[in-house]
Design a protein around this ligand. Structure first.
Ligand SMILES: NC(=O)c1ccc[n+]([C@@H]2O[C@H](COP(=O)([O-])OP(=O)(O)OC[C@H]3O[C@@H](n4cnc5c(N)ncnc54)[C@H](OP(=O)(O)O)[C@@H]3O)[C@@H](O)[C@H]2O)c1
Length: 432
């Protein structure tokens, strides 16, 4: 049987069904022969939605559409919605958590009332309604679907409260899925991308007053029909998670795998993005191989000879490192390289020092010669410079002459310094 035929005779409770995606969900379920329990705070708007959907139908078809005005942030209203649905239809098969309020503004300008509303409606509303409906869903062995958003992946500016309220639905749905699996109840979540808004849609301003929201570019938006169809299909197919939009996939990849890039995109720092993308093509990470422990004892024969020749011409090199993070228990790893070994061979000299100040120094006696120095702060004390999947260092690092790798890893000419008398090399760490 096709998925859409499976709504015939099924009872679906939809929160926030008077407008937007919720109203379209209600229309599709009803059109497919299902029974709808539609909720929303505004009784008149809810009734208008029902009239619009059922217009031209006979009385029997109209009886398949029940409207219950109520606020999901109130546990009592949720109980009433479930009980009314049960007394009218005798069962509930599916629950769709669609109702939500929106707020687009900075977190520091939101009033406490707005903060409470975002949490009470978008998070607690789902909890109250799930708790009220679960006994009926255990009997029907039905399903719950949470309507989340791609903003749950990354807290965007002016979307903070909305994003956090949607992000909270991920662990909530996962816990409910695990808790109710044995009862045969399916729990899923969809991360919707930009969907066409109804003209009546409102977002709360800083004081909590609903305000119209500007039109979105149509090229980015999906239709409400397609969004609702995807949700209903997911519910029948019992697909735990769905991420229907292309933008959502991109957001997911950037947020979890390239958080630095996601940050720059949201900052609209296009020049930095370009540089970062170019860097990601180059094996920067591979050229920063500073293995501390193995490097000390194994200097090669040539080096020993050079040292012997220059024994009487030794000078003192002071490496001064600035920008160290002092939290936690970390260590500073320093390597002094000759030309043959820089940057990924074995250093002539190395040191590992416990970090307790933001600025530290280390002295070593070296024969007069040209050297390059590479350092990194081993934040987790695992003895190596950690790197991301793309080879970027994820711990602070730096080079002599304060060379900052941009398009490629460091070459000898970028970082080499002539040490022909007692001298110092100042290195400021680069934060990853
Ligand atoms: N539109 C998008 O681009 C988009 C993108 C990603 C995810 N989503 C998600 O999709 C869902 C629907 O979005 P939408 O754009 O269709 O929203 P919408 O047009 O603003 O409709 C929201 C619905 O929720 C109801 N509602 C609001 N607060 C409620 C409460 N406390 N109790 C009961 N009902 C309440 C509203 O009716 P009353 O005001 O009468 O209560 C209305 O029916 C939301 O969960 C949203 O986060 C939307």
């Amino acid at each position: 049987m096709a998925w859409h035929d499976q709504y015939r005779g099924r009872v679906v409770l939809i929160s926030g069904a008077s407008l937007g995606i919720g109203k379209e969900l209600a229309r599709q379920v009803w059109t497919l022969g299902g029974m709808v329990i539609a909720t929303g705070r505004n009784a008149q708007r809810l009734e208008e939605a029902a009239q619009h959907i059922c217009s031209g139908s006979d009385a029997e078809a109209r009886r398949r559409f029940l409207t219950i005005a109520g606020d999901v942030s109130k546990a009592e209203d949720c109980r009433v919605a479930v009980e009314s649905g049960l007394s009218t239809f005798g069962r509930i098969d599916y629950l769709i958590h669609n109702a939500a309020v929106f707020h687009f503004d900075r977190i520091d300008s939101a009033s406490e009332h707005v903060i409470d509303q975002m949490i009470d409606v978008n998070i607690k509303g789902c909890i109250h309604l799930s708790r009220a409906a679960l006994p009926a869903l255990h009997i029907s062995r039905g399903g719950i679907l949470f309507v989340s958003s791609i903003s749950a992946f990354y807290g965007m500016p002016e979307y903070g409260l909305y994003a956090l309220s949607k992000a909270a639905l991920t662990p909530l749905s996962e816990s409910l899925r695990l808790e109710n699996h044995a009862h045969g109840v399916f729990v899923g979540l969809t991360y919707l991308g930009y969907t066409a808004n109804e003209p009546d849609k409102r977002a709360l301003d800083a004081q909590g007053t609903p305000q119209p929201i500007p039109d979105r570019p149509h090229s980015f938006t999906r239709s409400r029909e397609a969004a609702a169809r995807g949700i209903l299909r997911q519910l029948i197919r019992r697909q735990a998670v769905s991420l229907p939009s292309f933008l959502g996939h991109i957001n997911w990849v950037f947020s979890y795998m390239m958080p630095r890039l996601a940050f720059l995109i949201h900052q609209r720092s296009y020049r930095s993005i370009l540089l970062l993308l170019i860097c990601s093509l180059l094996p920067l990470g591979a050229s920063l191989n500073l293995r501390a422990q193995a490097q000390a004892q194994s200097q090669n024969q040539t080096q020993n000879q050079n040292q012997a020749q220059n024994q009487d011409r030794s000078v003192e090199l002071t490496v001064r490192v600035d920008g160290l993070k002092t939290w936690g228990s970390s260590q500073l790893v320093i390597g002094v390289f000759d030309r043959a070994a820089f940057p990924d061979g074995r250093p002539l000299h190395h040191a590992t020092i416990k970090v307790d100040e933001p600025r530290m120094h280390w002295k070593v006696s070296v024969p007069m010669a040209t050297y390059a120095i590479a350092v990194y702060q081993d934040l987790n004390r695992n003895g190596r410079l950690d790197k991301s999947t793309f080879g970027f260092p994820t711990e602070p690092y730096g080079f002599s002459r304060n060379y900052r790798p941009v398009y490629r890893g460091p070459l000898w000419k970028d970082a080499s310094i002539l040490i022909d008398r007692d001298s110092s090399a100042d290195i400021r760490l680069i934060a990853p």
